[in-house]
Design a protein around this ligand. Structure first.
Ligand SMILES: [Zn+2]
Length: 104
């Protein structure tokens, strides 16, 4: 059991070198040579960029799901309006106008 988690996307990991979700290098202290402060600053910068990018990825993912859901609802409402149009000849013109707007 491991309690380590990716510093970018919070996904738990055991001994992977790279995070399978966001590709952050998890065990990245092997090759670090040079001035400690500079290395830490660079790592911190990389971490901030990776976190910002991961946040964009998650946002885009949510947006896509929302768009797909809206498209689903839209198709459903359009289908119901068409049924309504068939059943109510008296207001066919009004319903038809709404359908026309939705389809354009
Ligand atoms: Zn990650």
């Amino acid at each position: 059991m491991s309690t380590k988690s990716c510093p970018v996307c919070s996904r738990p990991y055991k001994d992977e070198s790279y995070c399978p979700s966001c590709s952050w290098e998890l065990e990245n202290n092997i090759y670090l040579l040079g001035e400690t402060q500079l290395i830490e600053r660079r790592l911190q910068q990389r971490l901030e960029i990776a976190k910002a990018n991961w946040s964009k990825v998650k946002h885009a993912d949510r947006m896509q799901k929302t768009t797909m859901r809206y498209a689903e609802v839209f198709r459903m409402v359009l289908g119901q309006l068409k049924e309504l149009e068939e059943r109510h000849p008296g207001i066919r013109g009004e319903i038809g106008a709404i359908i026309k707007k939705m389809e354009n």
